[in-house]
Design a protein around this ligand. Structure first.
Ligand code: GAL
Length: 799
């Protein structure tokens, strides 16, 4: 058995002609590699119809004698959207699902010698299949955008192999379900290996006269459970008809109950975000590394324990990595609000459930199948079928079906609901009982369109964005019956004309399209303890807010103590825990953001020699002016102000001077406020707020070694404009030129501007090994930053 990459050396053209199927000429075609998008698009402001057309993908390959008498199956990871596959002029198979893998048996038409494999790919949104028919808040793109492989088996082979852990907490067993293409009685050997390749099971099984094998085996001895903190994977090896098949799986029990979600018997509050799989310029067509990077971003940077693959199944690379790092997944069938009326549409919809489960069954990270079109209305006929299909194929997982209507028809096991009730007011989450009665309950979306926020928005907006997420999350932690909440969404995304900000972008992410975190993203990061997070929401610049009222600052942190230094002098220490206890706001969160009022400490006593009482009075006046403006402050504190002035023989102008000294950043004494965060006495994070004196760029590659093997590799290189004290400059839109020396290519434009002081560029390999230097320059600022990337091209078998 072999799995050979077919990702290299395809020929592509933006049209299709019947004669392409038998013609080995590549004239008029472009040489491309998979993953491939049928049209590169600009960052924003374009017309989405540009990727809607029928295209032709052609692959010419030669087989030698060793392929004789073999079963040859071509696996297409995903083709958007209606693919018709031809081999040597014969139509072999078509597929109507742009988001799941399909398998084409080419055995009967393949030749020893030269072959022409052609995909006629219809990427128009007028197709009568999901997700089309209504409007859609995401772009559907086109292209063969996930990997293509040739599987070479002996003629009798295993089509599917499901591994189901049973009774893992009491007496662990493994259930093996195999489907073959033949009924000839064969023996197979089934082994299960642990991390050290030690066999924990070894069984010989007789096939009998059936294409199906189904048996359950006791595991003797201890097993290690798959968990979010210890995602232990086992390897199952099956030898069948002299071919060796390998599958990863994990022992775990995942169940939603009336009182929450339980993993291996332990109640876990699910904290997650929805992920769209799209990227700038190339849409969904990004290789393995980019998929892995997203999973890592969600788990380790944003500190989440669940992702929803809104609104379609995601790449195997993404799911494999979720298995590996312990990120739970709620995955669902393709679609957006609209249910088609035609027989074909509905048939494809049910079939999409099957495709999803067949391809994703063995992933321990997947804990719930979404078998409803996202936010569609009730349709008993359709959803009875989707639920039934899921239950027939998988008795080990529950079903969900995402809706926005409370108490709608419940044919699933978990009431999965998009709760957009929080509009900034007192209502934060809807009462569970009102939405879902006594059923298991999960909030699958919130925030999003209720508060679109750009990384270059003014600071009150970015701060409220944080609070919208924080309030819903806190309420979810408060209510036991809510299994968790999955916010909308991980990253901004390109969308249709009906949605977004009119520029074809939905700015709903807690990060931008380049996976640069907005403040709301930093808030999510601060809910974990693994690395120190400290950010202060406010530039503390009076010119950035109405009336110069900078207000209390919002401290987003997981530190237990924070010290404030003003112009390098220690001013005061904030005991974060006791401030939180006092404020009681958002108190159910692991680490609630807190409002910091006092930035003066005891300076008025120390430097201006006021009595403690007067210092406090003056402090209150100054902070009140900071929060609600001088007029209100004077009215509010008229009496104490009069007393202080009279007692200390001061004039109003003296108070104004103190305001300049302690609050604003005016004049010769520019203030720098440095906050230093500690966990258990150890400094873990710091941030300084002060005016910008100079600008530099921070450029980081997610990885510095690219390996081209099964397909091309890529890495994201992030670019941030930072001030001299290391703050991202949210209003910087510097133009950056990118140049490359060496064996990589930039995805997208080579001249870009920063957006909210940030951006990223992905570079990809081009089939050669060596060292590459990528230079990011801005002439006016006299900056030219270089990043080195090494590329290793592995020798892999390909056709
Ligand atoms: C939901 C929908 C998502 C996205 C979101 C924006 O209704 O399910 O796909 O459009 O709104 O907030």
């Amino acid at each position: 058995m072999k799995k050979i990459t077919l990702n290299y050396n395809w020929f592509f053209k933006e049209s299709f002609d019947k004669k392409d199927i038998l013609d080995n000429s590549t004239q008029g075609f472009k040489n491309v590699n998979i993953p491939h998008t049928n049209k590169e698009i600009p960052y924003n402001n374009f017309d989405e119809s540009i990727y809607e057309f029928i295209s032709c993908y052609k692959k010419l390959f030669t087989l030698d004698e060793s392929y004789k008498n073999k079963r040859l199956i071509v696996e297409f990871g995903a083709c958007a959207h209606h693919a018709r596959v031809y081999l040597n002029g014969h139509f072999i198979q078509e597929n109507f699902n742009g988001y799941s893998a399909f398998y084409v048996d080419i055995t009967d038409h393949v030749k020893i010698g030269e072959n022409i494999l052609v995909v006629e790919l219809d990427s128009r949104e007028t197709l009568d299949i999901p997700p089309f028919g209504g409007v859609i808040d995401y772009l559907t793109y086109g292209g063969i955008y996930r990997d293509v492989y040739l599987h070479v088996y002996n003629l009798d082979y295993i089509k599917t192999c499901f591994l189901t852990p049973v009774d893992v907490l009491a007496s662990p067993k493994i259930k093996l379900d195999i489907q073959t293409n033949n009924t000839s009685s064969k023996e197979l050997v089934f082994t299960v290996l642990d991390h050290n390749a030690k066999e924990i099971l070894n069984k010989k099984i007789k096939q009998g006269n059936n294409t199906k094998i189904s048996e359950t085996f006791e595991i003797n001895g201890d097993i290690t459970l798959w968990d979010i903190d210890n995602p232990y994977l086992y390897k199952a090896v099956v030898i069948y008809n002299e071919d060796k098949y390998e599958y990863n799986f994990g022992f775990r029990e995942a169940v939603f109950k009336r009182n929450g979600f339980f993993l291996n018997g332990k109640n876990i509050k699910l904290r997650g975000l929805n992920r769209h799989q799209s990227f700038p310029y190339v849409g969904n067509a990004m290789p393995k590394s980019a998929q892995i990077a997203d999973a890592e971003f969600l788990k380790f940077d944003l500190g989440l324990n669940i992702v929803r693959t809104a609104h379609y199944p995601n790449s195997q690379h993404f799911l494999d990595h979720c298995d590996k790092i312990g990120l739970l997944v709620f995955t669902e069938i393709p679609g957006w609000q609209h249910i088609g009326e035609s027989k074909n549409w509905r048939k494809v919809c049910v079939n999409n459930v099957k495709d999803m489960i067949l391809q994703d069954y063995n992933h321990p990270s997947i804990i719930l199948w979404g078998v409803r079109i996202n936010e569609s209305v009730d349709d008993a006929d359709l959803y009875k079928k989707t639920n039934q299909t899921a239950r027939e194929l998988d008795q080990s997982r529950q079903t969900g079906g995402v809706r926005y209507i409370p108490r709608s028809q419940f044919l699933e096991d978990v009431y999965t609901f998009n709760d957009f009730s929080h509009a900034g007011g007192r209502i934060v989450t809807m009462p569970k009982f009102f939405v879902a009665g006594r059923k298991p309950y999960l909030i699958t979306e919130f925030a999003g369109h209720m508060y679109p926020t750009k990384s270059f928005d003014h600071e009150q907006k970015r701060r409220e964005h944080v609070l919208r997420h924080a309030r819903v999350l806190s309420s979810t932690y408060k209510h036991k019956g809510i299994s968790g909440c999955i916010g909308w969404c991980m990253s901004d995304y390109n969308t249709h004309r009906d949605f977004g900000s009119g520029d074809r972008i939905c700015y709903h992410g807690v990060s931008d399209m380049f996976r640069n975190k907005k403040l709301a993203g930093i808030f999510y990061s601060s809910q974990q303890k693994k690395k120190g997070v400290l950010d202060i929401m406010s530039n503390m610049e009076i010119g950035d807010v109405a009336g110069g009222q900078t207000g209390p600052v919002l401290m987003i942190t997981n530190c237990d103590t924070v010290k404030l230094f003003k112009n390098n002098q220690e001013i005061m220490t904030y005991d974060v825990k006791s401030l939180r206890t006092k404020s009681r706001k958002l108190k159910y969160l692991p680490n609630p953001p807190i409002e910091i009022r006092d930035i003066i400490g005891d300076q008025l006593e120390k430097l201006n020699r006021f009595s403690k009482k007067d210092a406090n009075r003056i402090k209150n006046i100054l902070l009140s002016a900071k929060e609600s403006g001088p007029t209100k402050a004077v009215i509010k504190h008229l009496l104490p102000a009069g007393l202080v002035l009279a007692k200390n023989k001061m004039r109003i102008s003296d108070i104004i001077d103190l305001y300049g000294q302690y609050v604003t950043t005016w004049g010769s004494k520019q203030n720098a406020f440095k906050f230093v965060g500690y966990i258990d006495g150890k400094e873990v994070a710091q941030t300084t707020k002060s005016c910008v004196r100079s600008v530099h760029y921070e450029i980081n590659a997610d990885k510095e070694l690219l390996i081209e093997d099964q397909t091309y590799d890529c890495t994201r290189i992030s670019i941030k404009a930072l001030s001299d004290v290391g703050n991202v400059l949210p209003y910087s839109n510097d133009v950056i030129n990118i140049s490359v020396d060496g064996p990589v290519e930039i995805i997208g434009p080579k001249q870009i501007s920063l957006i909210g002081g940030m951006r990223a560029a992905w570079v990809k390999t081009i089939g050669k090994s060596g060292d590459a230097v990528i230079t990011f320059s801005n002439k006016e600022r006299n900056i030219a930053e270089k990043i080195k990337i090494s590329v290793k091209k592995e020798k892999v078998e390909t056709l």
